[in-house]
Design a protein around this ligand. Structure first.
Ligand code: SF4
Length: 129
C-alpha cells in the first residue's frame, strides 16, 4: 500500500481495480512457446506437465490438470470478492501447496487492502480532476 501510494503521488500509473479472471478460464487465451508448444499461462511455459499441446498436434484436455472452474464452489459463489478474484492464481497455489488442488484465496489480502485501495483511487481522481 505504501509503494502504491508513493507511485501515485509521483504521478505514475498503477493497476486499476477491475473485475478479472485468470486467462486459464478463457478457452481462447493461450501462450505459444518457441517450439510451438501451448500453455494456458506464461508462468507455465517450459513446464512439461503444464503443456496442453502444440501448434502441430492441437490442444489436449486440460480441465483436470489446470483445475478449471475451481471457483464454482459455494464459498466462492457467495463471496463478495468473486469478481476480483475468481479463485486467485493457479501458479501461486502451485507454489504454496505443490499442486493446483484448490483456490488461491485472496480474502485476507482483500479484507486488509481493498478499502485503502479504493480510498487511494478516489483521492487520486479528486486530485487530477
Ligand atoms: S476471495 Fe477466496 S472465497 Fe472469495 S472468491 Fe476468492 S478464493 Fe473464493
Amino acid at each position: 500500500m505504501f509503494l502504491r501510494e508513493e507511485i501515485m503521488r509521483r504521478g505514475f500509473p498503477v493497476a486499476k481495480l477491475q473485475a478479472s479472471a485468470c486467462m486459464i478460464e478463457f478457452a481462447n487465451d493461450l501462450v505459444v512457446g518457441y517450439d510451438g508448444s501451448l500453455y494456458k499461462c506464461p508462468v507455465f511455459m517450459g513446464q512439461e506437465e503444464m503443456c496442453i499441446g502444440s501448434l502441430a498436434d492441437g490442444i489436449s484436455d486440460y480441465r483436470e490438470s489446470h483445475n478449471l472452474d475451481i471457483w464454482k464452489n459455494d464459498e466462492c459463489l457467495e463471496c463478495a470478492y468473486l469478481p476480483l478474484c475468481f479463485g486467485g492464481c493457479r501458479f501461486f497455489r502451485l507454489l504454496k501447496t505443490g499442486a493446483i488442488d484448490g483456490v488461491d484465496c485472496r480474502r485476507a489480502m482483500l479484507d486488509a487492502s481493498l478499502e485503502r485501495i479504493v480510498r487511494q483511487d478516489v483521492k487520486r481522481e479528486r486530485e487530477v480532476s
